[in-house]
Design a protein around this ligand. Structure first.
Ligand code: MIC
Ligand code: SF4
Length: 641
């Protein structure tokens, strides 16, 4: 039988279930990654499971998010992460070594492997032909302990690329085109598998820009074949032996095919406040730009930054525009320093930041009030930059660099000749900032600063509940709405009682107080509830405040899984019209929950305020229902052992 590439990788790792779209399957995980903002919880959970050493082929703990040390919290968390990694057989990538996805691509990823990461942009690894999936920290902890990863078997969509990109049009424009066509909900329940004659012209870092932003479509993963370009990249990393060729069989079947002619694409941007609000730069027009930020796990490879430096060389950024650059990895940073490109960037007036997520997650460099910021990043959700009324446009490094020079949003084709930049034969590899685990784990003492608070664990689900609707939201609520990030709140990631005070802070600052005062409740959401990040804090903190169920029109994949992992019921409406009538403050009565969950299907709920029946669907697999009833995945896993 002819098979597509995604099914081949899944089949080679299948532990349970049937590979039919919509069915629950379980796959073996070869590699894991965590970053610091989700990692502290993931390792506390791993520790609670009592497994002495990670059982994967390789597990890596990165520090890249919380690097602005404005108090003791982040530094304490780094020490905790370093020591717990050393003790439990996990590699530790030190702060300053780079953004997890970029470094993992450079140093650890391999075609054909499965990678589970506690960050939604883990599918970046798909650029190398691996099946890389983002998940909550608890799922990653289970995978480190040797457990399989459960997911709904996705549909596989073939994105067939033909033609070749024109000068000044780049990988970012390809994924912006996919977002324009499919929207931020368009990838839910799907793997986007790239193929076609256009693939061979794209390097691994370009492919990684595309798979990275598959997260913005809500896709389970995105994957490219492994070919000569993959081999060239791995050889340049001194890892040619990790290569194997991988591709879909000729005539492989797909659930859907989408054609994109690369030669027809033009420079584009995603306009505020959604990554799918895409238009051509020439149609958006020359709006004034206050800030340009270049970097993030989407666009900070060697070739991206070399192109930026060639564009800026010998010129000066516009006097009204601030340009900040954060290289994606120490490898990239060192190469720019060595070949003089860094000097060109500095001379042009760029403000150079350390290699980390930085402004992408609001860790500094917030734009001015009502400012326009053009960013090479992947998310432009309202307020994420740290400035509530800023307007963020997502665009390629070429558009960003051109706009930094002119001070207005600029189609880079106006700049003339496109600078030729190629991938080096050999990257500057140096793994001295990646610490291997200790050969004497018994001697390692785990350092726990006062910021590390014990992990709250939910109670088993009650059979009946009577709860108020604490909040009603619209469509496409992001995890940045539910659990905001930024330099003030991120340092509290290992302190759930403290961080829970900020749940829904930008939507309704009184939410946390109201939830605590009512002893818990229900959240009502629209379509694609919980899109965006993998942060399990968006489930863990509401759980701490007493949220027992979220009733929404539909859910984003990772957030739904996180709700279940922390014992919160994700419910949908049998009839979406019921969403309209449900209001904040109304009291819902759920009865016969245990039987309702075990028997599958619908739950009967009474809206006591209106004295009306409400039909809600749970769609939980038997395993998921058992997890909820046990009070979350940690309790469930303990019950099994
Ligand atoms: C993000 O881009 O939103 C983050 C910060 O990387 C998150 C993870 C987190 O919240 O820690 C993600 O994408 O999963
Ligand atoms: Fe970091 Fe931004 Fe990438 Fe998230 S999207 S991992 S915050 S660079």
């Amino acid at each position: 039988m002819t098979k597509n590439l995604s099914c081949k990788i899944i089949e080679a790792h299948l532990v349970a279930g049937k590979m039919l779209p919509g069915e629950e399957i379980a796959i073996k995980i070869d590699q894991t990654l965590t970053q610091d903002a989700t990692g502290t919880m993931a390792y506390l959970q791993f520790e609670a499971m009592g497994v002495p050493r990670a059982k994967t082929e390789i597990s890596v703990s990165y520090v890249d998010h919380n690097t602005l040390q404005t108090g003791f919290e982040n530094a304490d968390d780094h020490l905790f992460l370093q020591t717990i990694a050393s003790k439990h057989g996990i590699y530790f990538s030190r702060p300053g070594n780079g953004i997890c996805h970029q470094v993992h691509l450079e140093r650890f990823g391999r075609p054909g492997a499965t990678l589970l990461g506690s960050d939604s942009h883990t599918p970046t690894g798909g650029g190398l032909g691996m099946l890389a999936i983002g998940a909550g920290g608890l799922d990653v902890a289970v995978a480190m302990g040797g457990g399989p990863f459960h997911l709904t078997m996705p549909k596989v969509i073939n994105i067939r690329l033909s033609g070749k990109l024109n000068p000044w049009v780049s990988a970012k424009d390809i994924i912006l085109e996919v977002l324009r066509r499919l929207s931020v909900k368009g990838g839910v329940g799907k793997i986007l598998e790239y193929g076609g004659p256009g693939v061979s012209s794209l390097s691994v870092p370009e492919r990684a820009t595309i798979t990275n932003m598959g997260a913005e479509l809500g896709a389970t993963s995105s994957v490219f074949p492994s070919d000569e370009a993959t081999l060239a990249f791995l050889r340049a990393q001194g890892r040619g032996d990790a290569w194997q060729p991988l591709a879909a069989d000729p005539e492989a079947a797909y659930d859907e095919v989408i054609d994109i002619d690369l030669s027809a694409l033009e420079p584009m941007a995603a306009q505020p406040h959604s990554p799918d609000n895409v238009a051509r730069i020439k149609d958006i027009g020359q709006i004034k730009v206050n800030q340009v930020a270049i970097g993030s796990c989407t666009n900070s490879s060697y070739t991206d930054l070399m192109r930026v430096s060639s564009i800026l060389k010998g010129k000066t950024v516009h006097p009204d525009t601030s340009l900040v650059i954060s290289p994606g990895s120490r490898q990239v940073f060192a190469a720019l320093a060595k070949n003089g490109a860094l000097a060109d960037l500095i001379s042009a007036g760029a403000r150079i930041l350390e290699t980390s997520c930085g402004p992408c997650i609001g860790m500094g460099q917030s734009p001015c009030s009502a400012g326009v910021s053009v960013r090479t990043f992947n998310r432009n959700f309202e307020g994420r930059s740290g400035t509530a009324d800023a307007k963020v446009y997502l665009a390629s490094p070429e558009v960003a660099a051109a706009s930094a020079l002119t001070g207005v949003l600029t189609d880079p084709r106006e700049l003339g000749l496109y600078p030729e930049v190629s991938q080096p034969e050999q990257f500057l590899t140096d793994d001295s900032m990646i610490l291997p685990p200790s050969p004497e784990p018994d001697k390692v003492e785990i350092r726990r600063g006062p910021n590390i608070k014990p992990l709250p664990v939910p109670k088993p689900m009650d059979d009946s509940l009577e709860l108020p609707v604490l909040l009603k939201t619209g469509d496409n609520i992001t995890t940045d709405h539910i659990m905001p990030a930024g330099s003030k709140i991120l340092p509290l990631r290992s302190n759930i009682p403290a961080i829970s005070r900020y749940v829904f802070n930008s939507v309704d600052p009184e939410f946390a107080e109201r939830a605590l005062a009512s002893g818990g409740g229900v959240i009502v959401g629209g379509l694609n509830y919980g899109q965006g990040s993998s942060r399990e804090h968006a489930a863990l903190a509401p759980m701490y405040l007493g949220v027992k169920a979220v009733v929404a029109k539909s859910f984003a994949r990772i957030h739904r899984a996180n709700l279940i992992n922390f014992g919160i019921l994700p419910l949908t409406f049998e009839d979406e019209a019921a969403y309209e009538s449900l209001q904040q403050g109304e009291i819902l009565q759920l009865a016969g929950i245990i039987q309702g969950l075990q028997s599958g299907g619908a739950l009967s709920v009474i809206n006591k305020t209106r004295n009306q029946e409400l039909k809600l669907i749970h769609n939980l697999s038997p395993r998921e229902a058992a997890v909820i009833l046990a009070g979350g995945l940690l309790n469930y896993t303990k019950q099994l052992n």
